[in-house]
Ligand binder design. Structure first.
Ligand SMILES: Cc1cc2nc3c(=O)[nH]c(=O)nc-3n(C[C@H](O)[C@H](O)[C@H](O)COP(=O)(O)O)c2cc1C
Length: 351
């Protein structure tokens, strides 16, 4: 009997197939459809602070509050309440409507908002929270360490204030991703110098206990920039991935399995059961899917689960734990193969 059940951030999942945050999960109908199709868990569309700020600004213009500090402040507070209200309601309804874990998703830009919204989301009943953090430092003078600390600090402050599991969904744009993953993937105590300030019980200016993420979600596929050469303008690239984009997250999942304490969720380029199996063999705790559901419909979940099950039967695995991480670097006799970057004829037969 094949058992696909798995545990993700301490949550019990009937299988490791998670519907990723996107417009598919931005309303109750989508959530119900994903659960009925067999998803192991569902990540809701992100709540973006930018959206709320934009709505508030538009309201301000209508009410002629522009330049009126008290009015603007009032509206800012009002917007904070109004914007997330629909979202909090969606969490509440989704949790009641389906029997799979509902993971909320948040993307903020101001420091105080991260914690404020995280607390509200936890109170609304989400089983966990995924922080969708993305920064693209493009100008000189933005120090790598300061950018990294921004991520550490957001995670740390939220972990101090909410009790539900926290996943961090990030991109690969770091100068030393191994160091960043180590930092995000373990609880640790650090002495100065740091720029974070201090905020938690037992913490002092000379001692900070950094919190680890319960899961790292690797890697977000951000908005793609493209150029229209006929009309000489910027346009959006294809929002949907292909299977050929799986390799970057596959490498890092394989490198990080058993090296950090956080669970690992793979995202980007997972389109069928074979892609999901690759990620599980590399060491993923769960796989997240989005583009393939937009292309093939929600029923793709059932097809992927069927493919995983039949592969497990062929290889005589009853449970996912029996093969998870089997092809991770930690379990390999040739760990150097996971760190190869160059095409060398000796290995790949190409000039
Ligand atoms: C239309 C669309 C909307 C998305 N919205 C979000 C979002 O709100 N928050 C988020 O963290 N990721 C969002 N994503 C990214 C997906 O969750 C996923 O990480 C990405 O598409 C890569 O996975 P895939 O190859 O399975 O599509 C979105 C993707 C698409 C295509």
């Amino acid at each position: 009997m094949t058992d696909l059940a798995t545990s993700y951030m301490g949550l019990k999942l009937r299988n490791p197939l998670v519907v990723a945050s996107s417009s598919l999960t931005g309303n109750l109908a989508g959530v119900k459809q994903a659960a009925a199709a067999g998803a192991g868990a569902i990540v809701l569309k992100s709540l973006f602070e930018e959206q709320i700020a934009a709505e508030t600004a538009a309201m301000g213009r209508h009410a002629d509050y522009a330049g009126h500090t008290e009015g603007a402040e009032y509206l800012q507070g009002y917007g904070m309440e109004l914007g997330p209200n629909d979202y909090l309601q969606l969490i509440n309804q989704a949790v009641k409507a389906v029997d799979v874990p509902i993971i909320a998703s948040l993307n903020c830009f101001s420091r105080s908002s991260w914690s404020d919204y995280a607390k509200k989301i936890a109170a609304a009943g989400a089983a966990a929270l995924e922080l969708n953090i993305g920064l693209l430092p493009t100008r000189g003078g933005q120090k790598g360490r300061a950018i990294e600390e921004h991520y550490y600090r957001i995670l740390h402050e939220i972990k101090l204030q909410v009790n539900i599991p926290i996943a961090l969904k990030i991109g690969p744009y770091f100068s030393s991703f191994g160091e960043v993953a180590d930092h995000l993937g373990r609880d640790r105590v650090e002495a100065p110098p740091f720029t974070v300030g201090w905020c938690g019980p037992g913490e002092t200016p000379s001692r900070i206990c950094w919190s680890k993420a319960d899961a790292l979600v690797l890697f977000n596929r951000y908005y793609q920039l493209d150029i229209d050469i006929d009309n000489l303008e910027l346009v959006a690239g294809n929002p949907l991935s292909t299977s050929s984009e799986i390799n970057m997250s596959l490498r890092w999942i394989a490198l990080l399995h058993k090296r950090i304490e956080s669970d690992l969720a793979a995202t980007t380029g997972i389109h069928d059961g074979r892609d999901a199996i690759k990620q599980l063999l590399a060491g993923a705790t769960v796989v997240q899917v989005c583009s393939t559901l937009m292309i093939n419909g929600m029923d793709q979940i059932g097809r992927m689960l069927g493919e995983i099950e039949s592969w497990m039967q062929t290889h005589e695995f009853d449970r996912i734990e029996q093969f998870r991480g089997h092809l991770s670097q930690a379990r390999s006799k040739h760990p150097e193969n996971y760190e190869r970057l160059q095409y060398i004829k000796l290995f790949v037969g190409l000039e």
